[in-house]
Design a protein around this ligand. Structure first.
Ligand code: R5P
Length: 261
């Protein structure tokens, strides 16, 4: 691994060298969902949370228009798109941001969705592989957002299949969901794995699965809705941080969350 790639990877996931978890804050949802609940005014929601996140995953447009230019937070830029929630099949994605623009935006990593078992599996795999060629030639790490076909369960069988394929294609970070038997997924996936939060669930439940993922070997969370759709996004990101980075028990972190409401 080149010096630049290693350095950027450690900036995106600063817990890696110490063996602790990292908090990547995912706010890229609007690229196919538009003004998602909780992110209607991106700047207003995101800026107060920046001091509590290790890195930020987002689209080019929100980076340019809603994030202060004088921030040091490492950026993980979504570079695939091609769908909106108005279409039934969400897997028809291609590379939509050039590596030159990603470099101009001073990003620390790029993120691309592959749809394993989806209608556009082949297209997303080939596009992803080409992105790895380009990004690695500039020392930029690539995060694979792994999605499985819409008829497939988000269970160990399919999530592990998608995650391993991402590694085989050259991913530097794999993003997946937490599932039963997660430690087997980690064992088969020799790069850092981060978990998405998925749809909003009660805060304590989100803190518990974040803790379980770290205990099972995840390198961190790449969480969005369970933070920005919480009653108090600022308290919630701090609770997630204490569980993922400081190893605080989820129940204790939840009590802290409630007491500061
Ligand atoms: C999909 O919209 C994105 O890649 C999200 O970043 C990802 O699903 C993580 O966000 P959440 O925790 O809301 O699932």
């Amino acid at each position: 691994m080149s010096w630049g790639l290693r350095n950027r990877l450690d900036r995106v996931l600063p817990g890696l060298p110490n063996g602790t978890g990292s908090v990547m804050f995912a706010i890229d949802h609007g690229y196919f969902m538009g003004p998602t609940s909780g992110l209607e005014n991106p700047r207003e929601t995101i800026v107060p949370l920046l001091p509590h996140a290790d890195s930020l995953m987002l689209s080019r447009g929100i980076l340019q228009n809603s994030i202060p230019k004088r921030t040091n937070i490492p950026i993980v830029l979504r570079v695939s798109s091609g769908n909106s929630i108005l279409n039934e099949d969400l897997s028809n994605e291609k590379l939509c941001v050039s590596i030159e623009d990603a470099i101009r935006l001073n990003v620390s990593a790029v993120a691309f969705s592959i749809y394993i078992g989806g209608a556009y599996e082949h297209q997303t795999i080939v596009e992803f592989s080409k992105l790895v060629n380009d990004a690695h030639s500039f020392g930029i790490p690539v995060l694979a957002v792994t999605a499985v076909g819409k008829d497939m369960n988000r269970d160990l069988r399919y999530l592990s299949l998608a995650s391993r394929i991402a590694v085989e294609l050259g991913a530097d970070i794999v993003k997946t969901y937490y599932c039963e038997g997660f430690s087997d997924l980690i064992a088969a996936c020799p790069v850092p794995v981060v978990i998405a939060g998925g749809k909003k669930v009660p805060e304590l439940d989100a803190l518990k699965f974040a803790r379980n993922a770290i205990s099972d070997g995840a390198a961190g969370v790449d969480m969005g809705r369970n933070i920005f759709q919480s009653d108090s996004p600022e308290n919630m990101i701090q609770a997630v941080r204490s569980v993922v980075v400081q190893g605080v028990d989820p129940k204790e972190a939840y009590e802290q969350y409630k007491s500061s409401l």
